[in-house]
Design a protein around this ligand. Structure first.
Ligand code: 5GP
Ligand code: ZN
Length: 116
């Protein structure tokens, strides 16, 4: 729990969210401004600012995030049709909330523009 971190507050239930999945390691909830019919944020319970803070000691944080993405994609019925996962990292990567999160986007044909 990092003070004044929006996603830590959501994890703690201090700020409401539409949770779609949770386990011992991660919480997943609907993005408040969805960019696709399905837009879910998968957030580790342990605070890490961004991928820029990743190292040999904390890399295990990624495993439950991707396992959750797989489970959520299956639950939402898009595992076979397809989905996209995105980590925005730091300013030029378009990161707005500095608590690591994986975007899971699905439910329509996603555009080909990866950068913009
Ligand atoms: P970033 O740009 O940091 O990769 O993504 C942050 C995401 O968090 C954005 O897509 C934004 O819509 C979402 N977001 C920001 N504030 C809230 C909030 O209070 N609740 C939820 N559910 N999503 C939020
Ligand atoms: Zn946090």
């Amino acid at each position: 729990m990092k003070e004044n971190c929006l996603f830590c507050k959501i994890i703690e239930g201090k700020i409401p969210s539409e949770k779609v999945y949770e386990d011992a390691s991660v919480v997943a909830f609907k993005d408040i401004h969805p960019k696709a019919p399905i837009h879910i944020l998968i957030v580790p319970r342990t605070h890490l600012d961004s991928l820029a803070s990743l190292n040999e000691q904390n890399i295990d944080i990624l495993k439950p995030i991707f396992l959750a993405a797989h489970k959520i994609a299956k639950k939402e019925g898009v595992l076979e049709k397809g989905f996209r996962t995105v980590f925005n990292c730091n300013q030029e990567g378009g990161q707005a909330v500095y608590h690591l999160h994986l975007h899971l986007l699905a439910g329509k044909q996603l555009g080909g523009a990866m950068g913009g």
